[in-house]
Write a protein that binds this ligand. Structure first.
Ligand SMILES: Cc1cc2nc3c(=O)[nH]c(=O)nc-3n(C[C@H](O)[C@H](O)[C@H](O)COP(=O)(O)O)c2cc1C
Length: 185
């Protein structure tokens, strides 16, 4: 049984909608235990995160990188880093911002760097750009390194970020859970 932890920050709720889609995707893989953890609770839930087979990082893009609260939590993981406690765990990442680009790639690149410092195994989005799946389009924003979403400047909700981007998040969660289960044997 693979354990997947999703650790995310969301200042206004948009990235939370995406994080929930990622969690639904991971949960769709039989036997996966999924923990959706806000960075506000992440230090208190360190044991759960440290016991996970895969950790998916999620942050809004603020000023072209991860948000301050996400980075503050990431810095606390230096304690685990000293002992390389996350070595060989699977990692992946997602971000959301208001601009179509909005420099979101910098955020994905930071999440990758965090994973590399922890000697984790990075999982890409793994979906061809613009793949049609029923009435949604996956990897709409052409992001190979992780899932990117764009939110409208309106309240977060069922369609904000878009159904397309939520479906991409679902796909990332399912891909990570599948690979974590395979790696665990
Ligand atoms: C401090 C701050 C910085 C931001 N910087 C960016 C940015 O660099 N690029 C962008 O496209 N949007 C930027 N935005 C917009 C947010 O990414 C957008 O509002 C997003 O939906 C916030 O996600 P959240 O609701 O999960 O906090 C910024 C917003 C804030 C509050």
């Amino acid at each position: 049984m693979a354990k997947v932890a999703i650790v995310y920050h969301s200042g206004f709720g948009h990235t939370k909608v995406l994080a929930e889609a990622v969690a639904r995707g991971a949960s769709s893989v039989d036997g996966t235990v999924v923990d959706l953890i806000s960075v506000a609770d992440a230090e208190a839930k360190a044991d759960t995160i440290n016991a996970a087979d895969a950790i998916i990082f999620g942050s809004p893009t603020y000023m072209g990188s991860v948000s301050g609260p996400f980075k503050t939590w990431a810095d606390t993981t230096a304690k685990v880093w000293f002992g390389q406690g996350w070595k060989d765990k699977i990692a992946a990442g997602f971000t959301n911002s208001s601009g179509p680009s909005g420099d979101k790639f910098s955020t994905i690149a930071y999440l990758w760097t965090l994973a590399m410092q922890h000697s984790m195994i990075w999982v890409s989005q793994g979906v061809m750009v613009g793949t049609k799946q029923g009435d949604v389009t996956l990897n709409r924003l052409s992001s190979w390194g992780g899932v990117m979403a764009t939110s409208e400047n309106a309240a977060p909700g069922e369609s904000n970020p878009s159904k397309d981007d939520q479906a991409s998040g679902f796909g990332l969660g399912a891909r990570v859970a599948t690979l974590a289960s395979k790696l665990k044997g």
